[in-house]
Design a protein around this ligand. Structure first.
Ligand code: FES
Length: 108
């Protein structure tokens, strides 16, 4: 089954990509050239440049952040928002098909 995830840039540009089950949402963005996800650390959770904002109606459907992710979310370049997550920590599952993520105005 195809799992599609949409990214909305700060300027409103939308990009839908195909995500691979078992990989992270961050990889889906990077492998498809989505601008606005830097992922400098490659998913080691040390950079916070894979920051995304999950819309309210999706927040309950995602596993909550671990305490490590929660701590790193305080290091994002753009201010943390209620739906802020690190996309390298979101594992793609078929349930994520149709997920729309906002990108923050900056990652650095
Ligand atoms: S890619 Fe570095 S924290 Fe997610």
């Amino acid at each position: 089954m195809t799992i599609q995830i949409e990214f909305i840039a700060d300027d409103g540009q939308r990009r839908t990509v195909e995500a691979v089950e078992g990989k992270s949402v961050m990889w889906a963005a990077v492998e498809n050239g989505v601008e606005g996800i830097l992922a400098d650390c490659g998913g080691c959770m040390t950079c916070a440049t894979c920051h995304v904002i999950v819309p309210e109606d999706w927040r309950e459907r995602l596993p909550p952040p671990t305490s490590d992710e929660d701590a790193m979310l305080d290091m994002t370049a753009a201010p943390r928002e209620p739906g802020s997550r690190l996309s390298c920590q979101l594992v793609v599952t078929p349930q994520l098909h149709g997920l729309t993520l906002k990108l923050p105005p900056t990652q650095y």
